[in-house]
Design a protein around this ligand. Structure first.
Ligand code: NAD
Length: 259
């Protein structure tokens, strides 16, 4: 996978950072993105370069806006002249009963968790088709396949990105481009940690009860999935062994969606 270029949105933390690390370990140059403190991201960027001997650059593009995709893909083109792998990972969560769900939170989740993937895909798919090789990996969720209460925007956006995945897969299948969604169950990252207090409030539970009786209740393994497991699957999807895997939504959820 040497000399390939991967753009990973939301790769300054959690699953995105893990996937950037996995793709860098496989030899790819990386375009990082995210809104964490610049000094922390700079540290992570240098770390990728020094451990894996690749080149990594970083953009703070705000992926909630269409211009964010233009800025991010623009940096990739300026630096490397192409994008071989696009991982749409940036995402946020908000938990509330639908009748109280704030309009601005709905819009922010749809913009970041769904529309951003449309804009980045539009920006890279032409080049991938021309070169006859490409990989688009959308980080959906088990919530792209099934629902949970109080997560209307998130579940709608994640079901939406599974639909986008299938559509773009069909449009690009004859051009050596595969498009797949990874559907993680609960992975222990800052995104999960941050939603525990609101879920506790919405359900009238303690935070420990939320972890045991809400989050891991649905996950038959009773364990959080890991960032490394997500990275391993992303690397596999970029390999030749996965040439015929396209248009799928692959659960990595400890059996959750088997229910
Ligand atoms: P995280 O909070 O650790 O990381 C989110 C990343 O998105 C960060 O790099 C952050 O800087 C970036 N981001 C946030 N707002 C942004 C913006 N406006 N513009 C650009 N980047 C922005 O979260 P995570 O748990 O690693 O989640 C990553 C993805 O995986 C999300 O799409 C999430 O929905 C999905 N997912 C996570 C879990 C889980 O259990 N953690 C489960 C299923 C799906």
């Amino acid at each position: 996978m040497e000399n390939k270029v991967a753009v990973v949105t939301g790769s300054s933390s959690g699953i995105g950072l893990g996937i950037a690390d996995g793709l860098a370990a496989a030899g790819m140059n990386i375009v990082m993105n995210g809104i964490e403190a610049p000094e922390d991201v700079e540290q992570a960027r240098k770390d990728l370069e020094s451990r894996h001997g690749i080149k990594a650059v970083y953009s703070r593009a705000n992926m909630m806006k269409p211009e964010g995709a233009t800025e991010l893909i623009g940096l990739a083109m300026e630096t490397f002249g192409k994008v071989d792998v696009l991982v749409n990972n940036a995402g946020i969560q908000y938990v509330s009963p639908v009748e109280d769900f704030p309009d601005d939170k709905w819009q922010a989740i749809i913009n970041l968790n769904l529309s951003a993937a449309f804009y980045t895909t539009k920006g890279v798919i032409g080049g991938m088709k021309e070169r006859g090789w490409g990989r688009i990996i959308n980080i959906a969720s088990a919530h792209g396949l099934v629902a949970s209460p109080f997560k209307s925007a998130y579940v709608a956006a994640k079901h939406g990105i599974v639909g986008l995945t299938k559509t773009v897969a069909l449009e690009s299948a004859e051009y050596g481009v595969t498009v797949n969604a990874i559907c993680p169950g609960y992975v222990w990252t800052p995104l999960v940690e941050k939603q525990i207090p609101d879920t506790a409030k919405a359900r009238g539970m303690t935070e420990e009860q939320v972890k045991r009786d809400v989050l891991l209740a649905a996950q038959p393994t009773k364990k959080f999935a890991t960032v490394e497991e997500m990275a391993g699957l992303a690397v596999f999807l970029c390999s030749d062994s996965a040439n015929s895997i396209t248009g799928t939504a692959l659960p990595v959820d400890g059996g959750w969606t088997a229910h």
